[in-house]
Design a protein. Structure first.
Length: 369
């Protein structure tokens, strides 16, 4: 008995530090677990933007190479040696201005011969007319002489025309883009001599998808920017719209016209924006606020510090802006950042956000439901 009573207190003394260690290591604590279950989830930090009335535009964007609609290839209308060059590349010329001269001695002689023959026949006609009036010659003889005069008059005109061809003239006004001959060259008929480009008016040809056929019409404003002219925006308009859709490509031609203003040049690469509709004072939200789940556009609206998922109907999309046709009202706040962590009905902590800016829409982005 003495031995058992000695061992029991000793065992108790050894177990006490173990129990204390378990408690310190975070052993089961029913009271603490209950407190954790009663704590509410922390609000999700988000940024918002205000649904507001802003102008928005619909546009079609594309790229094209500038072309000169008025361009002429000057060719020789007669043969001969090139004796004189009066213009060079880069010179501005006007329609009818002499650009070069070919040798013309042969043509001058042809004119003189044709004129001499014409004068002779005209004199014979006058004598025949007097004899015909006196009934001394038959009518058919008189008519033959009159016919010979008319024929020779045409030959004389032809010789003079051939002589005029020795002076090479500009068919249009513009700038000499290239010269293809040198002084002393023997120029053959139809040989190219100059290329003249009227660079005052330029055109850009767009091949637009057929879905945009209803939006394109003559007179619609077009803006143009070119890498070669940084920092400058050129204004133009749609000049022509083809009514026919190419069956192979599914596109139709739209031609935009621009005033070159001595800055744009034919052959430049340009980016164009055809603004075919502008709406003022429409409800807009930032594009970053859109939720596109299951093909249904929606936003998270912040109401009483709670995020509520709201389906919306959208119209134009222009740059950072989206037109709202239905589903949300002016002045409401929509979440623009932090949407990934949100769920419908989640509490939010709003820290602000920047207002979006309007910009031309990207091609193919315009939608209206």
């Amino acid at each position: 008995m003495t031995s058992n009573s000695f061992r029991t207190p000793r065992a108790a003394n050894l177990m006490l530090p173990v129990l204390l260690a378990l408690a310190a290591c975070g052993g089961p604590n029913p009271g603490a677990q209950a407190d954790k279950k009663s704590e509410a989830p922390a609000p999700v930090v988000v940024e918002t933007s205000t649904v507001a009335l802003r102008p928005i535009e619909a546009s079609y964007n594309a790229t094209a190479t500038l072309e000169a609609p008025n361009e002429a290839q000057v060719v020789a209308k007669t043969s001969g040696v090139l004796l004189q060059l009066l213009v060079e590349e880069g010179d501005r010329v006007t329609a009818g201005q002499v650009l070069a001269r070919l040798e013309s001695e042969r043509q001058k002689l042809d004119v003189q011969r044709a004129e001499a023959m014409l004068r002779k026949l005209e004199a014979e006609r006058e004598r025949s007319r007097e004899l015909f009036e006196r009934k001394l010659i038959a009518a058919d003889v008189y008519e033959k002489i009159r016919y010979d005069v008319d024929t020779q008059k045409a030959a004389w005109d032809m010789a003079r025309l051939e002589l005029s061809y020795t002076s090479i003239v500009a068919p249009i006004s513009g700038v000499i883009a290239s010269r293809s001959a040198k002084v002393g060259n023997l120029i053959q008929l139809n040989s190219p001599l100059f290329r003249i480009v009227d660079a005052q008016q330029l055109e850009a040809v767009l091949n637009v998808p057929e879905r945009e056929l209803a939006t394109m019409r003559a007179g619609v404003p077009v803006t143009l920017v070119a890498d070669a002219v940084p920092g400058k925006v050129f204004q133009g308009e749609v000049a022509r719209v083809s009514p026919v859709v190419d069956a192979g490509s599914g596109t139709f031609r739209v031609v935009a016209a621009f005033d070159a203003q001595d800055a744009l040049k034919p052959g430049m690469f340009a980016r164009l924006s055809v603004r075919y509709d502008v709406r003022n004072d429409v409800l807009t939200i930032p594009r970053t606020a859109l939720l596109d789940q299951d093909g249904e556009p929606a936003v998270y609206a912040v109401r009483d510090n709670v995020a509520t998922r709201v389906p919306i109907r959208i119209g134009f999309m222009s740059g950072e802006l989206v037109e709202v046709l239905d589903g949300i009202g002016q002045g409401e706040q929509v979440v623009t950042a932090g949407k990934i962590a949100l769920r419908d009905g989640a509490a939010v902590d709003v820290i602000g956000g920047a207002a979006p800016q309007a910009a031309p829409a990207v091609a193919g982005e315009i939608t209206e439901n």
